[in-house]
Design a protein around this ligand. Structure first.
Ligand SMILES: *Cc1c(COP(=O)(O)O)cnc(C)c1O
Length: 375
């Protein structure tokens, strides 16, 4: 075993995941909503690991989890035997028995799904309550609001037969407070929830917790903010950082003015520069076009507290960094480089890679030494 604070030389990079911060973010969101907060743990809990995340949250009292796929739900079930586990992608044809076998709850989003689930229930199968998804803006999954209202009005019908225990909808632009879609979605969902007064309802994703004039209903569904992502982009991040990423420098070199660097020589040194190579690349979730070239901007890392740009095309297993401005005692073979942490938050890293923090988080590589701390 390596001492906890030294990098394990069998790995090129260390991903540190703070489970105390995860739980504290979940508590903060629940407090803010003033209602039960669930947890969205799809995509391997946004890259941090579904088993450790669900274990920590369930122990802290989280009772409702949301995943995308049945396979993810089965993993969550193993570590949360009593929780309600909703499968957001709904009921694929023929999947009902698997749902029943693991006590999972489909999020039903079409008449076909409602009918298939209802007829499965009629066979006497023991199942947990399902959720009904109403699409108020995304045009992705869910019934139209009008269809939802019609079903709600024929009280005897399919909603009862399908054993619905939750009605939900999903925001399309809640991270943008000024987006006109927010108020439209809030109003459309209020009508649905009012037509189904006996059912608990759920609307808020992470950013929804910070929207003005948005009711929390009975359950919220935060994902990104649990993992430290900023639910209020452009404003200070109210969440605690959960993820830190450090890599080790393999070698350094000095290059002369005009030297081309990396595959296809897409970055050219202007003047004498000092470069360092670290052992992590696009196979570890760093987008190939997320570096500085002669014609485009890119991301950076922190070395001895100094921001140092990625240069040349990101390779599969390696990134080249211009460390000219970094302190020499830090920018050396074996030196440590921060890729996520401190001022390099998920939004900054996402922006540097021409994507969003969500994609950085859910792409976090499988080859890192993963270190879980807290709890
Ligand atoms: C992913 C997802 C969420 C969580 O969204 P965040 O923005 O990560 O908080 C909530 N609800 C649904 C339906 C989702 O697909």
């Amino acid at each position: 075993m390596m001492p906890a604070d030294l990098p394990d030389p069998a790995f090129g990079a260390t991903l540190t995941i703070d489970l105390d911060a995860l739980v504290s973010n979940w508590r903060l969101l629940g407090k803010r909503a003033g209602t039960e907060a669930g947890a969205v743990v799809k995509a391997d809990a946004y890259g941090i690991g579904i088993e450790p995340a669900v274990t920590a949250l369930a122990k802290a009292g989280c009772k409702s989890f949301f995943v995308a796929h049945v396979s993810e739900a089965i993993r969550a079930r193993k570590v949360a035997p009593d929780a309600t586990i909703y499968v957001l992608n709904g009921l694929l044809p023929g999947a009902a028995e698997t749902f029943a076998a693991h006590g999972l709850s489909p999020v039903l989003g079409s008449h076909e799904e409602l009918l298939e689930w209802a007829s499965f229930r009629q066979t006497g199968a023991q199942v947990r309550p399902a959720a009904l998804h109403v699409d108020t803006a995304m045009n992705r999954l869910g019934l139209w609001p009008g269809e939802g209202l019609n079903l709600a009005r024929e009280r005897s019908g399919v909603i009862a037969a399908a054993g619905i225990g939750l009605v939900m909808s999903h925001f399309a632009s809640s991270e943008d407070e000024a987006a006109p879609a927010n108020a439209r979605q809030i109003a459309a969902f209020a009508e649905i929830a009012a037509a189904l007064p006996d059912l608990p309802a759920s609307l808020k994703n992470s950013s929804g917790h910070f929207l003005k004039d948005c009711p929390s209903y009975q359950l919220t569904r935060p994902g990104y903010a649990l993992y430290g992502g900023n639910p209020t982009p452009g404003q200070p991040n109210p969440m605690k950082p959960v993820v830190g990423l450090e890599a080790t420098i393999i070698q350094t070199r000095e290059v002369q003015d005009g030297t081309q660097v990396g595959y296809n020589g897409r970055w050219t040194a202007k003047g004498k520069r000092r470069l360092a190579t670290i052992c992590l690349g696009y196979a570890d979730g760093y987008p190939r076009n997320g570096s500085w070239t002669d014609t485009s901007t890119g991301g950076s890392a922190l070395i001895g507290g100094v921001s140092c740009p990625f240069v040349g095309t990101v390779s599969m297993d390696l990134i080249i960094i211009d460390v000219t401005d970094a302190p020499a005692d830090a920018a050396r073979r074996g030196g440590s480089v921060t890729l996520i942490g401190g001022p390099l938050d998920l939004e900054t890293v996402g922006g540097g890679a021409k994507t969003i923090g969500y994609e950085i988080l859910t792409s976090l590589g499988r080859r890192y030494h993963r270190r879980y701390v807290g709890l």
